[in-house]
Write a protein that binds this ligand. Structure first.
Ligand code: 3H9
Length: 702
């Protein structure tokens, strides 16, 4: 055996005629310039090495290569370029094998496609997720993969960005074999000897026939993606690149892929999506949690089995926690069991659970009770009862009396003062807000709301819980609505003001969906139930500043029992059983009446005007939320909106979008709007300061 460390990031050694090229760039072996240089040198070494008859490329640590180094995007490119390196691997005369374990993603899978044989370990996942970063595969993925597995399978993979497990990759023909070995090196050596024994030769996917495609297939893909992508460019560009594989020779197809890749690399969408990627990872890195260990959580208590409580219970159950749910009486407990059983049944049908797991959860992990004594061993209790301080007081007094020392007492309130809730107990250091979003077993966001006296390890436990539940936690301070709902209240009011001034709810929904939101604000209200906003308006009415402009048309709908989808009518009319509404002329009539009462002559508003005002209201309130420390950094606001409020990911979140538009332009808009309504449109001091200093929101993320 000879050993040569060609570069720190890539090792080379030879065992029994097999060159083992090991990429060692923790944590995910991204293809940094050091790795590319190391691989380049290792391939040259292998080509010239008379002792080595075949090479295996493996990844050190937990994964094969997870892709290009995302941190290098937007910086000056450095040689060797990845497509050239992969071409060199493919051009090698002696066979090269890639051994895939962990995640072989993006440029990592493209390296494997340039190798001549691909072996996967059982738990491996492979995919081309570039589209989720606003890109297309840019190192041959769009040209080699269709030659290997055909156009449809390629487009399914690269336009979704979703990785597939090893078994699926084998069925598709992406990998040649699955090894039962759990160690990539051992598996690679065995497979390489097997190939040598068979006299295997270099086998190049670039030399395979160009893939055929039935007439109309690519247009069908374009039509489907244009609908789904809601303004995101890269999924459609994937189709252009794959089309090139069907019409051009390999070298020309590679050129075309490069042009398309570079056009996206320069796009604001790429910058926004990569901001989102890093923000989602940075959001849990809090200075206050450095070196703080989370408390152990295995048994969870939930108070209240309504929609939220049952959803939280299911989220916990699906992720291996034991749940005891408390209800007021046996009937309510039975009702909660029915809801939990129904939601678990949905997970079974969707393949998220096996039948055995499903039955095991119901038999062993879930139970209801009516007595708080059942929570004596709970490590964490999450209260999800009616939003009233009196009701919460009763719950927290009982919890304080029954729960063991060190148990965390959490409230799922969406706006109540958690400092006040903490003060109800004799253990304010153990009290925290865990604000789930509905449906709680589906929505990614968890606001971890931190009152003044909360111990750091309780905050750490909130973040650890989110990770266990597959959610993204954002730290929020205590105020009415925390980060998300506080900002929502402001931009929702801006939408209502625009309706009073001339836009219809349907104009507003259309404009914001064209911007990229999954739903418009009036569709969201109909889905959530108009009674929720009605209750909030009534709650806030006594403290409302007399200068605030308040629209009444939504109250009028509620007074008529039009609560949205659940009653078949809200802002839209929902035909029996449908979730898709149609505009309602009667609603427009109510709005006209209100304008007439207020003496407003309606103005037409185009989509751009609507989006500008809506976004300005959102960003302005968000800046106040950051300045007050309710959100730690602008990126925390971005992550909140990306994971909990349907904000278009390819816009990066409201604060990233604000930087993209430019804070001076935003401030100019705010000042102009303030001439109409100085109370509502008071520009945030933080925005004024950033503009004065020539800074961006991003500068506060460091
Ligand atoms: C591409 O390949 C383009 C090519 O087609 C063409 C080029 C010409 N680069 O997520 P985690 C960091 S585009 C740099 O917490 P997990 C990450 O920031 C790329 N850094 O772990 C984090 O850092 P920190 C296509 C990366 O186990 C740490 O690694 N590939 C990269 O939950 C751990 O990450 C992708 O899009 C990267 N590529 O998940 C894959 N990836 O500790 C993107 C990760 O400082 N990556 N980091 O916060 C992933 O999907 C997940 O990270 C992965 C691991 C599934 C791999």
């Amino acid at each position: 055996m000879t050993t040569l460390l060609t570069q720190a990031a890539v090792a080379y050694d030879v065992t029994d005629g097999v060159a083992v090229i090991t990429v060692q760039n923790p944590p995910v072996n991204a293809l940094s310039v050091a790795v590319r240089r190391g691989l380049d040198a290792a391939i040259s070494r292998f080509a010239a090495d008379a002792e080595a008859h075949i090479a295996v490329i493996i990844g050190a640590g937990r994964t094969f290569i997870a892709g290009a180094d995302i941190k290098e995007f937007g910086k000056p490119p450095q040689e060797p370029r990845l497509p050239d390196l992969i071409q060199r691997i493919e051009d090698t005369e002696k066979p090269v094998v890639a051994v895939l374990h962990g995640t072989a993603l993006g440029g990592g899978l493209e390296v494997a496609l340039g190798a001549h044989y691909r072996l996967a370990l059982p738990g491996a996942k492979v995919g081309l997720p570039e589209v989720t970063l606003g890109l297309i595969p840019g190192a041959g993925g769009t040209q080699r993969l269709p030659r290997l597995i055909g156009v449809d399978a390629t487009l399914t993979l690269i336009t979704s960005g979703r990785p597939v497990p090893a078994q699926k990759a084998l069925e598709l023909g992406i990998v040649d074999q699955i090894s039962q070995d759990s160690d990539p090196r051992t598996a690679g050596l065995v497979y390489a000897q097997h190939l040598l024994g068979q006299g295997a030769v270099a086998r190049r996917s670039s030399e395979m026939d160009a893939p055929g495609v039935a007439a109309g297939t690519l247009d069908e893909w374009r039509g489907k993606l244009a609908q789904k992508a809601r303004g995101q460019l890269s999924p459609l560009v994937c189709v252009d690149a794959v089309e090139a594989a069907t019409t051009l020779d390999f070298a020309s197809g590679m050129k075309r892929e490069r042009e398309l890749f570079l056009s996206l690399l320069d796009s604001p969408q790429r910058a926004a999506l990569i901001h989102a990627f890093f923000a989602e990872r940075k959001v849990s890195k809090l200075p206050e949690l450095q070196g703080i260990a989370a408390r152990e959580i295995t048994e969870v208590g939930i108070i209240g089995g309504g929609t939220m409580g049952a959803g939280i219970a299911v989220s916990c159950l699906l992720n291996g926690l034991d749940v005891t749910l408390i209800e007021r009486n046996e009937d309510a407990a039975a009702q909660a069991t029915t809801t939990v059983t129904r939601l678990l049944g949905d997970s079974l049908r969707r393949g998220k659970l096996s039948k055995a797991q499903h039955d095991g959860i119901l038999a062993d992990d879930f139970r209801t009770a009516t007595d708080y004594k059942a929570l004596s061993q709970a490590d964490l209790v999450i209260e999800a009862v009616f939003e009233s301080m009196d009701v919460k007081r009763d719950v927290f007094q009982k919890l304080d009396a029954e729960c063991k020392a060190g148990a965390i007492l959490a409230s799922n309130t969406s706006y109540l003062d958690i400092n006040e809730i903490a003060a109800i107990t004799n253990r304010p250091q153990d009290v925290i807000g865990l604000h789930f979003f509905s449906p709680a077993h589906v929505m990614k966001l968890l606001e971890v709301v931190v009152p003044d006296a909360t111990a750091p390890d309780v905050v750490a436990t909130g973040f650890a819980l989110a990770k266990k539940l597959g959610k993204i936690a954002v730290r929020a301070g205590v105020c009415d609505g925390f980060i998300g709902n506080r900002i929502l209240a402001t931009y929702r009011a801006a939408a209502d003001h625009m309706v009073l001034d001339g836009a219809s709810p349907y104009d507003i929904d259309r404009a914001l969906k064209a911007f990229g939101f999954a739903m418009g604000p009036f569709e969201v209200s109909d889905l959530a139930g108009l009674d929720i906003g009605w209750a909030t308006r009534k709650r806030k009415a006594p403290t409302l500043d007399p200068r605030a402009r308040v629209a009444k048309f939504a109250d009028r709908l509620c007074e008529l029992g039009r609560f949205g989808q659940k009653t078949g009518r809200g802002f839209y009319i929902y035909p029996e059983g449908s979730r898709r509404g149609t505009p309602d002329p009667e609603v427009l009539g109510f709005i006209d009446d209100e304008r007439a009462d207020l003496g407003i002559t309606p103005q037409r508003m185009d989509d751009e005007t609507i989006v500008r005002r809506y976004m300005a209201a959102m960003i302005n309130e968000a800046a106040k939320v950051v300045a007050e420390g309710i959100a730690l950094r602008p990126l925390d606001v971005d992550v909140t909106f990306l994971s909990g409020y349907g904000f278009p990911r390819h816009r990066g979140g409201p604060m990233h979008y604000a930087d993209e538009v430019g804070l001076p332009a935003l401030l100019a808009d705010l000042e102009r709007y303030a001439e109409e309504d100085a109370y509502f449109w008071q520009p945030a001091q933080l925005i004024r300061d950033l503009v004065a200093n020539g800074q961006t929101f991003a500068s506060l993320n460091e």
